[in-house]
Design a protein around this ligand. Structure first.
Ligand SMILES: Nc1ncnc2c1ncn2[C@@H]1O[C@H](COP(=O)(O)OP(=O)(O)OP(=O)(O)O)[C@@H](O)[C@H]1O
Ligand SMILES: [Mg+2]
Length: 405
C-alpha cells in the first residue's frame, strides 16, 4: 500500500505544501500542491503568529483540495539566522559485543555527539553523522553490525533558537498539522536536487530565497557545514525599487520580467517601460541599467556565500562546485555570475526523482518542499547522511504515515 508524506516549506515569500504518495520502491509521486504567498514571515522566521498560521492553513487547505487527502502530519522546513551549527564528536562502548554494533549503539553515540553545551535558549535540530570510527578504524560509513568495543562518531550538530522554533511549531499546529520533524531547509533541498555522486565528491548547495540564503556543504556523502545568511531576493527587489523609484510590487514585477544578473550580457539597446513615482506617464529604461542594479546585489550575496565557504575551511574540497536553488536562482544570468565569482562548476538545481504533478514543482524554488516529501524513504534506507531523532532531540514521532487518504 502506498504511504503518503507531506512537506511544508514556509518561506519568506511563499508557502509551499506538497503531498507525496510513496510507492513500494520509495518512488515519490506528487499528488497535491498548495502554494500561496507567505504572510507573517520575515527572513524565514515567524514574526506574526496569527498571520503565519492563517497563511499555512490556507496553503494546507489548497494541498488537501488538490490531493483529496486530509493532511494530519508533515515534515516542516526550518531556516533563519537563529540556526547555528558545529562539528562535534561522541564516543560510547558497544553494548552487546557478541552481536556487533546495533541501532541503539548508533543512537547513543549520536546522542553523545549532541551532548554539547547548548547556548542559552537553543535547541538541537539535527545530529548528522559525518564519519564513524570503530576500535580505532577510521572512515566507517555505516557501523551497523560491525564488531568492536568502542564506537566513535564525528557529527555535524545543528541548533536553533527555541523561541523561533516554538513559534514555527505553534503556527503549524495552529493550522491543524502535527509536525513529524523539523528539517533544516538546506538539507531538504540538498536531498531533492543533489546526486549521490555530487555529495560524495564535495559540493555546496546554495538556496537563494527571498529573505535568506541557505548554504550546506556536503563532502564524502555527509553534511560538513551549514549556514543561513539573512539575505536574498528581497534585497534585489528593494534595490530596484530605490534605483528606479518604483513601489516594491512593481519592482518585483520588473525583476521577474526583465531581470538579468550580468549587465554586460544584455544588449545595449534593450528597453522596457516603467511608471516611476513622480512621472505622469510610463518612461523607457535600458535593461542593462536594471541588470547593473541586480548584478551589484547578487555579487554581494554570492560573495557572502564565498566568505562562508572559506570560513568553513572546506573550500578546497568541492570539485562538484555549487548547485544553486531557491527562487532567486531562476534569475537569468545568475549561473554565469556565480561561475565568474567562484571559479567552480555551477549548476541550477531542480528537484529530481519525482512523478505526478511535476510541472507545478519543477523549479528550483520547490527544492525544499520536494526534499521534505522525499525525506522519509532515504532515512529509512539509511542513505548515509541521516538525521537521528532520539529522545534527546525530542519530538520523535515515528515514521508513520502522515495522512489518511
Ligand atoms: N524568475 C525570477 N527571476 C528572479 N528572481 C525570482 C524569479 N522568480 C522568483 N524570484 C525571486 O525568488 C525569491 C523567492 O524565492 P523562494 O520562493 O525560494 O523564497 P522563499 O522560500 O519564500 O524565501 P526564504 O527561503 O528566503 O525564506 C523572491 O525574491 C523572488 O522575487
Ligand atoms: Mg526558501
Amino acid at each position: 500500500m502506498e504511504r503518503s508524506v507531506v512537506g511544508i516549506d514556509i518561506g519568506t515569500q511563499q508557502i509551499l505544501v506538497l503531498v507525496g504518495a510513496i510507492g513500494e520502491q520509495g518512488e515519490v509521486r506528487i499528488v497535491g500542491v498548495g502554494r500561496i504567498p507567505s504572510r507573517g514571515i520575515k527572513k524565514g522566521v515567524v514574526v506574526n503568529v496569527a498571520q503565519a498560521t492563517e497563511a499555512i492553513s490556507e496553503a494546507v487547505d489548497l494541498a488537501e483540495q488538490s490531493s483529496g487527502y486530509q493532511i494530519e502530519r508533515a515534515y516542516v522546513g526550518v531556516t533563519g539566522v537563529h540556526i547555528t551549527s558545529r562539528n562535534s564528536t561522541g564516543v560510547v562502548g558497544v553494548s552487546r559485543r557478541d552481536h556487533g554494533i546495533g541501532p541503539d549503539d548508533v543512537d547513543r553515540v549520536l546522542e553523545a555527539a549532541g551532548a554539547i553545551i547548548l547556548p542559552q535558549n537553543q535547541e538541537l535540530i539535527h545530529i548528522l553523522p559525518r564519519t564513524y570510527t570503530v576500535d580505532g578504524q577510521e572512515g566507517v560509513r555505516d557501523p551497523l553490525a560491525m564488531h568492536g568495543f568502542r564506537l566513535e562518531v564525528e557529527a555535524h550538530v545543528v541548533m536553533g533558537s527555541s523561541t523561533a522554533l516554538q513559534n514555527l511549531r505553534k503556527c503549524v499546529l495552529g493550522a491543524g498539522v502535527q509536525i513529524s520533524e523539523l528539517v533544516l531547509s538546506s538539507l531538504a533541498s540538498g536531498h531533492s536536487i543533489l546526486t549521490d555522486n555530487e555529495r560524495e565528491m564535495g559540493v555546496v548547495l546554495v538556496d537563494i530565497g527571498d529573505g535568506t540564503t541557505d548554504i550546506a556543504i556536503f563532502i564524502e556523502g555527509a553534511v560538513w557545514h551549514t549556514k543561513s545568511l539573512p539575505m536574498g531576493g528581497e534585497y534585489i527587489t528593494s534595490d530596484i525599487a530605490i534605483g528606479l523609484r518604483l513601489p516594491s510590487q512593481a519592482a518585483e514585477q520588473v525583476k521577474i520580467s526583465h531581470g538579468y544578473a550580468v549587465a554586460n550580457q544584455v544588449a545595449e539597446d534593450e528597453r522596457f517601460t516603467i511608471s516611476p513615482y513622480g512621472e505622469g506617464s510610463p518612461v523607457p529604461i535600458a535593461r542593462w541599467k536594471l541588470a547593473e542594479i541586480i548584478q551589484a546585489r547578487s555579487e554581494e550575496i554570492l560573495e557572502n556565500v564565498q566568505q562562508e565557504i572559506k570560513r568553513s575551511s572546506y573550500d578546497g574540497l568541492l570539485p562538484a562546485g555549487l548547485v544553486l536553488c531557491g527562487g532567486t536562482a531562476q534569475m537569468p544570468g545568475m549561473r554565469d555570475l556565480a561561475r565568474s565569482i567562484f571559479e567552480l562548476p555551477v549548476q541550477i538545481g531542480i528537484p529530481r526523482g519525482i512523478t505526478g504533478l511535476i510541472d507545478r514543482v519543477s523549479g528550483p524554488d520547490a527544492a525544499v518542499a520536494v526534499g521534505l516529501v522525499k525525506w522519509t524513504p532515504t532515512l529509512e534506507e539509511g542513505g548515509g547522511w541521516r538525521t537521528v531523532r532520539t529522545s534527546f532531540v525530542g519530538r520523535a514521532t515515528g515514521w508513520l504515515r502522515n495522512l489518511l487518504p
